[in-house]
Design a protein around this ligand. Structure first.
Ligand SMILES: *[C@@H]1O[C@H](CO)[C@@H](O)[C@H](O)[C@H]1NC(C)=O
Ligand SMILES: *[C@@H]1O[C@H](CO)[C@@H](O)[C@H](O)[C@H]1NC(C)=O
Length: 216
């Protein structure tokens, strides 16, 4: 009994984005997101960006990448056709001049999509989601995933500014630098974002952040 209570409490604490007293609620319908067009049933396109990022080693706690927008990189698997791009993941730019990747919410199926490379000079809208393997929690397309969703935050019942990406009521992300890896879209380094779930732990060199929809 006591153990059950303790476990529930732990789960509750883990489910809280950025500390105590916060709750999250999904924004189920695209019509509630920025730049919704009733005729096309599309919200957006917009980019998403790093918001409320925390840097524990900076004296002011601020991240150098606060406000940086979304980009993407492709992944290849043995056996993939050379001239086709079938899967990849959403990243964060390492410099504000880098190529941005646009996202939107398609109201027909109420799903979040990104405009990503499909082949040489070809782009297409692809549904996005969280892939828990092998690099836990990346935001991917073209692979098995759990759909990504938009969420509002509430602090003691009051709406917090902004709409954030997440899944399963989790909206905390960890970001780390790609190091020497560059995106095949612009040959620039980038930041990898992973959605935190109760089972994942922060790695060295990761920063805690929210991912906010532009214009929200
Ligand atoms: C975090 O802070 C350290 C110390 O100021 C700095 O060297 C590093 O670049 C910062 N990283 C980010 C992502 O803000
Ligand atoms: C939205 O998604 C539906 C279902 O996949 C698709 O038929 C439709 O063309 C999409 N909307 C736009 C504007 O592409």
């Amino acid at each position: 009994m006591l153990l059950t209570i303790l476990c529930s409490l732990l789960l509750l604490v883990n489910a809280q984005p950025h500390g105590r007293g916060l709750s999250v609620e999904p924004v189920e319908d695209c019509s509630l997101l920025p730049a919704y067009n009733e005729e096309t049933r599309i919200a957006g396109p917009w980019t998403v960006h790093v918001d409320s990022c925390y840097n524990g080693t900076a004296t002011d706690g601020k991240c150098t990448i606060e406000g940086f927008g979304s980009s993407s990189d492709v992944t290849r698997q043995r056996g993939d056709p050379v001239d086709l791009i079938k899967h990849g993941f959403i990243t964060i730019v390492s410099s504000s001049e880098n190529v941005k990747t646009q996202l939107r919410c398609n109201g027909t199926l109420n799903r979040i999509e990104a405009y990503v490379p499909a082949g040489p000079d070809a782009y297409e809208w692809q549904a996005l989601g969280i892939n828990h393997h092998p690099s836990t929690g990346r935001l991917v397309w073209g692979r098995d995933f759990e759909p990504v969703q938009a969420y509002r935050h509430y602090r003691r019942g009051q709406t917090v500014d902004g709409i954030f990406l997440g899944a399963n009521k989790q909206t905390n992300w960890a970001v780390h630098s790609s190091g020497r890896d560059v995106s095949i879209e612009d040959f620039k380094p980038y930041w990898v974002m992973r959605l935190m779930i109760p089972e994942t732990t922060f790695r060295k060199n990761e920063f805690h952040t929210l991912i906010r929809i532009d214009g929200s």
